[in-house]
Design a protein around this ligand. Structure first.
Ligand code: FUB
Length: 441
């Protein structure tokens, strides 16, 4: 319990975080991100993973509360702090640790926050509750009872153009849809199975409407772990025609993925999660990538990136291991105790790394600095911007691969605007050097 309390106190602190890289939040574990745009701002409602201690675990996860995050530019994220804790749910088990994937929608001037939780009456694995607020960041007031007539995980709500609202939910062979009553806190009619989806395990429904088409998107495990797939239809209750996979399953053994899809400032995005920071698939972190549709309205397959989206502010070090592209090098953690820190390693002569969308507009840069280590003879780092060689930096032996030093070179050319940078490495036949970060000043 102590650890949960400690984390909770830490997590209560709200603040701004600049992170135009994946994962987008690194001060706590966030999973199952549902992104929504309200009044020109993007909000993300994820669930929270914490480290399990004895008595905490629920299906391997420990998920006691929810935060909400927002951004105006996809680069700076604000943590608005705790919005609902498991002890705030009158009908929930206060020690259930099973606050799984939530959603939040606006109807009229009210924000409705839907979340699954293990009920104290043990009537089901999960019931779905609703909380309301006049602000997207709360405070939310949780309804006394769960929504009667439905049970399951991963609620998702679509408010259609005609004002009717539909809840999609469930995990298993079947997913369900039910219309919500006017009050948004109870159901109208009976839940029905979503027909014509492919077989095997499915969960995490996320439905959105674009140009008159309903996109029914869902994590699907047709064998092994989850890929993000989708189907389309012309009616919110289906039937939907299966269209294929948006994001492939993880290749590193992680079982879950869970996503949402949203348009913000004329760009579509897919939010999803992976366990980058923790290396433990029960401690996940949310990510975002841009998403595109083809001319027929079909979603183009997406490869998850480390770079993510957003302009990289020039006053922030570039964690270059979150690269856009790389050639002949690897990434690894610098040390396990510092969970967010990675390095570029196995760099040889001819290795390359590129990093897109660095925003040089706010200051004039005169130097580039690299944090490096080398247990061999070292090598050269050539910095290219716009395919133009800007400067070359010599790295010598630093006294071992764990001995880090900062090396700098002057930049004489004027660099303006948003640029893609590229580093090319040259040297002998051994591994040359490792890099932690790159800074411009
Ligand atoms: O985060 C707990 C559960 O794992 C979610 O509810 C599922 O969608 C899966 O991501």
């Amino acid at each position: 319990m102590k650890r949960y309390k400690t984390l909770l106190v830490f997590a209560l602190l709200a603040g701004s975080l600049a992170n135009a890289q994946n994962p987008i939040v690194t001060h706590m574990y966030t999973a199952d991100p549902t992104a929504r745009v309200f009044d020109g701002k993007l909000y993300v409602y994820p669930s929270t993973d914490i480290r399990c201690e004895e008595g905490f675990a629920d299906n391997g996860f420990c998920m006691p509360y929810y935060h909400v995050f927002s951004t105006e530019n996809m680069t700076t994220w604000k943590d608005h702090g705790l919005i609902i804790d498991q002890t705030d749910v009158p009908w929930g088990n206060p020690k259930g640790f099973g606050m799984w994937a939530p959603d939040c929608v606006k109807k009229g001037d009210t924000y409705y926050y839907y979340f699954p939780a293990p009920p104290a009456d043990k009537s089901s694995f999960r019931r779905i509750g609703v909380a309301t607020s006049k602000s997207p960041t709360g405070p939310f007031s949780v309804e006394k009872n769960y929504i009667k007539g439905i049970e399951g995980i991963d609620p998702n709500v679509l408010v259609d153009d005609d004002g009717k609202a539909y809840m999609y939910y469930g995990g298993g062979e079947n997913l369900f849809v039910v219309e919500l009553a006017q009050d948004m806190k109870s159901i109208k009619g009976k839940p029905q199975k979503i027909e014509t989806l492919p077989g095997k395990y499915k969960e995490g429904s996320f439905v959105f409407k674009k140009d008159g088409t309903y996109y029914f998107t869902f994590p699907h495990a047709p064998g092994g772990s989850e890929e993000i797939a989708y189907a389309t239809g012309t009616n919110p209750k289906g039937p939907f025609t299966y269209q294929g996979v948006i994001l492939d399953r993880w290749k590193d053994g992680a079982w879950t993925n869970h996503h949402s899809i949203v348009a913000f400032k004329k760009q579509w995005y897919i939010f999803y999660h992976h366990h980058d920071i923790s290396n433990d698939q029960h401690l996940r972190s949310m990510r975002v990538d841009s998403l595109f549709f083809n001319k027929k309205g079909l979603i183009q397959h997406k490869t998850a990136t480390l770079r993510g989206v957003g302009l990289h502010p020039i006053d922030q070090p570039i964690q270059i291991d979150r690269y856009t592209t790389s050639k002949n090098l690897k990434i690894s953690r610098i040390k396990e105790s510092n969970e967010v820190n990675w390095q570029l390693d196995y760099i040889k002569s001819g290795s390359e790394v590129s990093y897109n969308a660095v925003d040089f507009s706010s200051k004039k840069v005169k130097n580039v600095t690299y944090k490096v280590s080398s247990g061999t003879q070292g090598g050269l780092i050539k910095l290219y911007i716009n395919n133009q060689l800007i400067t070359t930096t010599q790295v010598h032996n630093t006294g071992g691969w764990n001995n880090w030093q900062e090396v700098s070179s002057p930049i004489s050319k004027k660099i303006k605007g948003v640029q893609n940078i590229k580093l090319v490495f040259e040297g002998g036949t051994n591994y040359l050097l490792n890099i932690d970060w790159v800074k411009f000043n």
